[in-house]
Write a protein that binds this ligand. Structure first.
Ligand code: 6PG
Length: 471
């Protein structure tokens, strides 16, 4: 067989799906996995794709099976495994061979690896869409030197999802830019999932709706403004029955959410950037809190269960839907403003409209709204999405519903960290004169930090400073 056009290392769930996708799109691919039996099984099970796949048992054979200059995708768990893999692979490669880390790397690691690669070709690409996306069309966010992206973009664009004929794959910028954008994608993903789970809480705890009714509501929402992958799968999750007990699946799943770290990285980075993303932060906090099951049970023992039932007349499904629409717009707005802040800070020139475009299909946060976001950011990429006329109109129609739902949560003891944080973000962002003048007064009082006066003059001090000096 002729040599492979590309290689892939790491045949775990995502790597195997991506390799099959590449072969399915007509490319010849060499694969290697640390455990040879995994490589053999992958090839054996590849069916009609097997002809395009070259399974290899040693890294040397793997490298030899690929056309030069080589392009090699590394799909191993993020962290040390990537460094170890690169360290083993690089000595076997020529100076023009390209390594592409397609895992969920922390973008600081990608920056470091890109720097350490010097002139040796290296890309870090964010891949979203879970196993199904990887197999049939993910969303791909590329980072590294553009010249290397251009070398493999014909493959990546072909295997990516497409939105009305446009590939959901694009170059985001130098070094860790692709993995940074992927991290913010995941931050928005966390917030979207949390917002949906809070709406589920209103239905389950506030309105005593059963899982089947809840599934019907999600299905209905998926025909409207909220149309998205996460709403769609929430309906499917709510509708599913546990084969072992016959109960709704949701009743048998423990209420403690896992996390691999990307949401946390987004929040940490947002703090460094001074970018306000309270909804995303709340979603990460909610996951952390969800794992404290014993403490929560202890709290319920001490304080009693929250008075949860809401009068059916107090809220209808339309209000809840509109609250979720507001929350979702505000959550994406926060994510995009964080990307804009990073773009400036890191000198990346991140292409905001293009980011919205590559998220329209394939990725976990794909949603009908993203096409309108792409349009709004094309008009003006520097503007918070809240202030783009299309989304301003939506928020005018929905923020009162968000207020109603959050108020009901507060009076009925239903925790709504993401919905309430998004509402606080909205209110803060529409308040021309906030309350930080008090904070500035306090800072000056105890630390003589100085403040700016509204009638002019920076580095000013209040009368308390004079008192301290004279005393
Ligand atoms: C994607 C997902 C994916 C994510 C894991 C779970 O875009 O395909 O974001 O990359 O990492 O599915 O992430 P958590 O364990 O952090 O929830």
């Amino acid at each position: 067989m002729s040599k492979s056009e590309i290689g892939l290392i790491g045949l775990g769930t995502m790597g195997a799906a991506l390799a099959s996708n590449i072969a399915d799109n007509g490319f010849r691919i060499a694969v290697w996995n640390r455990t040879t039996s995994v490589t053999q099984a992958f090839h054996r099970d590849a069916g009609t794709l097997a002809d395009r796949i070259t399974p290899t048992e040693t890294l040397e054979d793997f490298v030899a099976a690929i056309e030069t200059p080589r392009a090699i995708i590394v799909m191993v768990p993020a962290g040390d495994a990537v460094d170890e893999q690169i360290a083993r692979l690089r000595p076997l490669l020529g100076d023009d061979d390209l390594i592409i880390d397609a895992g969920n790397a922390n973008f600081h690691d990608t920056n470091r690896r890109a720097e350490a690669s010097g002139d040796l070709p290296y890309l870090g690409i964010g891949v979203s869409g879970g196993e199904e996306g990887a197999r049939f069309g993910p969303s791909i966010m590329g980072g590294g030197r553009k010249v290397y992206w251009d070398r493999v973009s014909h493959v990546l664009e072909k295997i990516a999802a497409d939105y009305e004929g446009e590939p959901c794959a694009a170059w985001m910028g130098e070094a860790g830019a692709g993995h940074f954008v992927k991290a913010v994608h995941n931050g928005i993903e966390y917030c979207d999932m949390q917002l949906i789970s809070e709406a589920y809480g209103v239905m389950r705890d506030g309105l005593a709706m059963d899982a089947t009714e809840i599934a019907t509501v999600f299905d209905g929402w998926n025909d409207g403004v909220l149309k998205s992958y996460l709403i769609e799968i929430s309906g499917k999750v709510a509708a599913a029955t546990d084969p072992a007990t016959g109960k709704p699946m949701l009743e048998v799943i423990v209420d403690a959410a896992g996390q691999k770290g990307t949401g946390r990285w987004t929040v940490i980075e947002a703090q460094h950037l001074g970018a306000p993303i309270p909804g995303i932060e709340a979603a990460v906090v909610a996951r952390n809190l969800s794992s404290r099951r014993d403490e929560r049970a202890r709290g319920e023992e001490i304080f009693g269960a929250a008075p949860r039932r809401i009068d059916r007349d107090a809220i209808d499904m339309d209000t809840l839907e509109r609250a979720l629409i507001a929350g979702k717009i505000l959550s994406y707005a926060q994510g995009f403003t964080m990307i804009a802040a990073a773009s400036e800070q890191f000198g990346w020139k991140l292409p905001l409209p293009e980011i919205a475009r590559v998220w329209r299909e394939g990725c976990i946060i794909r949603s009908a709204m993203l096409n309108d976001m792409a349009d709004a950011l094309t008009e003006d990429a520097s503007r918070n999405l809240m202030f783009a006329p299309y989304f301003t109109r939506h928020l005018e129609d929905t923020h009162d519903a968000l207020r109603t739902v959050v108020a009901l949560g507060a009076t009925h003891g239903i925790a709504m960290p993401a919905l309430s944080s998004c509402l606080a973000y909205f209110d803060a962002m529409r308040t021309a004169r906030g309350t930080a003048n008090m904070i500035q007064g306090q800072r000056d009082f105890f630390g003589a930090h100085g403040f700016e006066r509204i009638d002019g003059g920076t580095g000013q001090h209040g009368p308390w400073a004079m008192k301290a000096q004279s005393g």
